[in-house]
Design a protein around this ligand. Structure first.
Ligand SMILES: NC(=O)c1ccc[n+]([C@@H]2O[C@H](COP(=O)([O-])OP(=O)(O)OC[C@H]3O[C@@H](n4cnc5c(N)ncnc54)[C@H](OP(=O)(O)O)[C@@H]3O)[C@@H](O)[C@H]2O)c1
Length: 289
């Protein structure tokens, strides 16, 4: 398929300002795929190369978490830190224990979150986080207690802004009573819009909506799917159309596509420049139902 020559420049995705003072390009990068399900990635050298490439493409927002790897994801990002441009924002998440490749359990005890934050600071080699996200709300612990632990770090200057992940509108409102919430990270893509209500809330109230799983783990990049025909007629790849749709869907959305390949990273970033008319998007929307 002949594809449009789109420049891979995240700046073309526009900017969003979180919490009134944290401005990033909307097209971000999800780092989870740099490490495998468990343990060190086989291609550690290529992971390092990819991290150093992000800044060249104007990407200045990286999403990671202490449970990716676990720990190793943060460690390799920490090592790459000197090679990042000055405006690079590395945001991590804590509060989700990883006991094995597919074993996750939320832990919102304040003492656990304190440990998460301190160890992530150490692994990422920074003295504060511009955005720290609570990976999951632990139903066994009052969320107020969990968030008060993060608020203490905010007072101490170790966390600038706080975000949530996989939450409902009611949970955002409950959290806002304890501490200002500047972003939400929920699963969202062209074919999965269960979080539409949360997205609409974020847009209305000025929160960033970080869309994880933006390409349905690669499913949305495959030819033959719902977006295939439209992608072909616009001369772009299916994945590019899926990412451009997210940018078009709401100015609150920050897509964080994940990849371990520089070629895919460039292709994904190039979606930042893809512009269609409203009528063209309406036509594409018909494929959703
Ligand atoms: N908050 C949460 O609970 C949560 C949960 C999961 C993930 N996340 C975050 O969200 C980020 C993104 O989610 P995700 O990685 O699960 O899903 P995704 O970004 O939708 O998909 C990533 C997958 O798509 C493939 N891919 C990427 N670009 C491609 C392209 N241009 N052509 C073909 N295949 C391509 C990748 O393989 P290649 O490596 O071969 O490119 C990878 O397997 C993660 O990195 C992580 O930071 C958050």
């Amino acid at each position: 398929m002949s594809t449009k020559t789109l420049k891979p420049d995240a700046a073309a995705s526009g900017t969003i300002t979180l919490g009134g003072d944290l401005t990033i390009h909307r097209m971000g990068f999800g780092a989870m795929r740099l490490t495998g399900d468990w343990g060190a990635p086989e291609g550690l050298a290529s992971a390092n190369r990819l991290l150093r490439h992000l800044g060249k493409l104007g990407i200045n927002f990286i999403d990671t978490a202490d449970c990716y790897g676990p720990e190793i994801n943060e460690l390799i990002i920490g090592e790459a830190l000197p090679h990042f441009p000055k405006d690079m924002i590395v945001s991590t998440k804590g509060g989700l224990i990883r006991g094995g490749p597919q074993w996750f359990q939320s832990d919102g005890r304040p003492e656990y979150l304190r440990q998460c934050v301190e160890l992530s600071l150490r692994r990422l080699r920074v003295d504060h986080f511009d955005l720290y996200q609570l990976h999951r709300i632990d139903k066994k612990v009052p969320v107020e207690d969990t968030l008060r632990a993060l608020k203490e770090f905010q007072k101490a200057g170790k966390i600038r802004h706080i975000g949530l992940s996989e939450v409902s509108v009611a949970e955002i409102e409950q959290a806002q009573k304890v501490v200002p919430i500047v972003s939400v990270q929920n699963r969202y893509n062209f074919g999965d819009r269960k979080s539409d209500d949360v997205l609409n809330y974020c847009e209305k109230h000025g929160l960033g909506f970080i869309a994880w799983f933006p390409m349905a783990s690669g499913e949305l990049t495959k030819p033959g799917g719902k977006l295939d025909q439209a992608a072909q007629s616009h001369g772009v790849t299916v994945g590019q159309l899926a990412l451009a749709w997210l940018l078009h869907r709401s100015p609150a959305i920050i897509p964080i596509p994940g990849t371990s390949s520089i070629a895919h990273l460039e292709e994904n970033t190039a979606a930042s420049s893809l512009r269609l008319t409203d009528d063209e998007w309406k036509e594409i929307e018909k494929a959703y139902n």
